[in-house]
Design a protein around this ligand. Sequence first.
Ligand SMILES: *Cc1c(COP(=O)(O)O)cnc(C)c1O
Length: 421
Amino acid sequence: MKIETKCLHEGYKPQNGDPVALPIYQSITYRYDNADEIGKLFDLTSSGHMYSRISNPTVAAVEEKIAALEGGVAALCTTSGQAAALISILNILSAGDHIVSVSTIYGGTINLFAVTLKKFGIECTFVDAEASEEEIQKAFKENTKVVFGETIANPAIAIFDIEKFANIAHKNNVPLIIDNTFATPILCRPIEFGADIVIHSTSKYMDGHAVQIGGVIVDSGKFDWTNGKFPEFTEPDASYHGIVYTEKFGNAVYITKARVQLMRDIGAYPSANAAFLLNLGLESLPVRIEKHCRNAEAVAEFLNSNGKVEFVNYPTIKCNKYNDLAKKYLPNGCSGVISFSIKGDRDDAIRFMNSLKLIENVVHVADIRTSVLHPASSTHRQLTDEQLVAAGITPGLIRISVGLENIDDIIEDIKQALEQV
Ligand SMILES: *Cc1c(COP(=O)(O)O)cnc(C)c1O
């Protein structure tokens, strides 16, 4: 099956007389014939649903679909993208371990790595994604256990060189985790370029309609957890009668461990209804993504030729520094997210934002509706103009997430708002 077909037919496969739409199994628990059957579930010697904090048939169908879309062996849905990032890391690292992450990643992930995980004894070194291999290698320590990057990063719309970082990670015998939220598996499948684990905030294009926060972790099944660096995978787990994950679960070991240890203990599993909504989004993802890309390309060109605009960050714009990486990793388009800077100061940017009539001011991104955000007056409000520049954000920088409205209406609104500046 090609990817458009997988979006419709992977996961739930109705049999003779079954409902065509994915059924919502809104049940906390599951009935078994006797206590022995339940005992086997707790020993992990038989598979089956036991409690909806760990698995549920509706969620499982969506997990299977997303694993197929990314080309992975298994997936675990979570209640948010943040929960996916947290669990993807905690499944590998413990207190005393170290992360190497590029600095061009989602702001929430930076907080998680730099502030919250630090409190748990996990340290992170942030590296410049464009540094040389030798320079990046210097960030590695004896206790480094993972490398982290993001396919298309905000707000610079930076494209991540997946192969380069997969090589560096594998030389150091650690896995590469990629946040593939903006690209979605329609535009890029990081596993094909050497990534070991892929995570998403499904709250963005996968959901598409801004209705349900969610996340997912996908495992490629390719990383060798028995290389000596990951004892949690190869030594007995006391919480399951001394089970050894790598002996028991073959190449599904990473997701199984995340589910039966961390999901059991943390409890960030989505409801059946949440998974049902996500599945609706996935079914139409390819057609939406294509239109987001075409509309964004047109908006980027329009902005790039407008005298009131200082610069535009979008990889298909001529001379954008990511032209080549975009051709390699995102040949069919670079998503609907653009950032650009108005000539002038903070107030000029705010005047533009306030003059928009159709385009909405929201904190969200990657939605069907075109929306804008001004980092200097929202997510990065506390910074001075000088600090903003240091963070790669000019006072006039605006992020625009191009939606599915008619392109003439989108451009008309931008044009009239620019005239007010
Ligand atoms: C939104 C976002 C997240 C966090 O996801 P939530 O679902 O909001 O928790 C992580 N990574 C990226 C790239 C995002 O855009």
